[in-house]
Write a protein that binds this ligand. Structure first.
Ligand code: PBG
Length: 331
């Protein structure tokens, strides 16, 4: 036996009990957030081809999926309403209409599971605009930042009125957090927290989501508001600090698994809660590879993808696997 090998890291890996003792990264079901889609017009739930296992719900099946998530111990739901295409317009007015699909579904969910988990509304216009952009277009065809802020304020208040416990502005407009904070306070919702999509990239990993909510662009480019995928970590930190200064209660990085460096830097820089959104494309790549048999261990791959996000520093993880993972979570 050689005796010059003092350090043998394998000593702590020898048995399952040792490995269990020394594993220090955990997924808690209460920190998982499940995104849910609901349609205004579908008679039946519609499977999303590019996201096997995920559907666009009817109001009825949405309630059942929410109850199942609550039962599994998921911490929150994030709701995306898909309006009747005939009710879309250039300003996305269904996003703040009292009878808009998101508001109706939030009211349903507040009654069904409102005591058991947190209901988060996505504050954006893209599902409700005919052009698919996150805001109102100016004469030059680009999204008009300041005109859009006023509509975001209306959306946030409408969602709070409908039963949202938290609102999540996802449009990457400058000043969106301050505008929404002010509007919520004025409307009597000073206790409704804001989860800000603070560093959101113009990613190729949102494609399946856009198929689900029919928000593909008819023209223009989201790169004028979402961050460049080739941008610096400093740019992300700047965005995050601006949102914290404007009153963000939670800051989010999106996508998650491809931006672990950003998650880690944000975690080090700020003391507010950090969330990460594992997007539809991140979901699709594991599901597709598993369906092909190219990733043999689907469940392990999913867990590994979440552990990496957790270890990088995300407190909350938004994932389409939330209900499934919550059932087998560590606690
Ligand atoms: C905006 C929004 C998007 C996603 C979440 N909120 C789409 C976009 O910015 O185009 C993407 C989520 C995903 O891909 O899973 N409403």
């Amino acid at each position: 036996m050689r005796n010059d090998l003092v350090h043998r890291p394998r000593r702590l890996r020898r048995t399952p009990a040792l490995r269990r003792l020394t594993d220090t990264t955990h997924i808690a079901r209460s920190n998982l957030v499940l995104p849910l889609f609901v349609s205004e017009v579908l008679p039946e739930p519609r499977p999303i081809d590019r996201m096997p296992g995920v559907v666009v719900h009817t109001r009825d099946t949405l309630r059942k999926a929410a109850a199942a998530a609550a039962e599994a111990g998921v911490g929150a739901l994030m709701l995306f309403g898909v309006p009747d295409p005939d009710r879309k317009d250039t300003t996305g007015s269904q996003a703040w209409a009292a009878d808009g699909i998101t508001q109706q579904a939030l009211t349903d969910l507040a009654a069904e599971v409102g005591e058991k988990l947190v209901l988060i509304g996505d504050v954006n216009l893209d599902e409700c605009t005919t052009h698919g952009h996150a805001g109102v277009l100016g004469d030059d065809g680009d999204v008009d930042n300041d005109a859009t802020l006023q509509t975001y304020a209306k959306v946030a208040v409408a969602q709070a009125q409908a039963g949202a416990h938290m609102v999540a502005p996802s449009g990457m407009m400058d000043g969106q957090v301050a505008e929404i904070r002010h509007a919520l306070d004025e409307a009597g919702y000073p206790h409704t927290p804001i989860l800000a999509y603070a560093a959101k990239y113009a990613s190729a990993f949102y494609g399946p989501f856009r198929q689900a909510v029919n928000s593909s662009l008819t023209g223009g480019d989201r790169a004028t508001y979402q961050q460049s995928t080739a941008g610096s970590v400093r740019e992300a930190l700047h965005e995050v600090c601006l949102d914290v200064a404007q009153g963000a209660d939670v800051v989010m990085i999106k996508p998650a698994g491809l931006y672990l460096d950003v998650i880690q830097a944000v975690r080090d820089q700020v003391d507010v809660l950090v969330a990460a959104y594992q997007t539809s494309g991140e979901y699709a790549q594991i599901e597709a590879a598993a369906a092909f048999g190219w990733l043999e261990h689907r469940d392990k791959a999913i867990r590994e993808s979440l552990l990496a996000i957790r270890r990088a520093g995300a407190d909350l993880i938004i994932t389409y696997w939330a209900t499934e993972v919550a059932k087998g979570a560590d606690h």
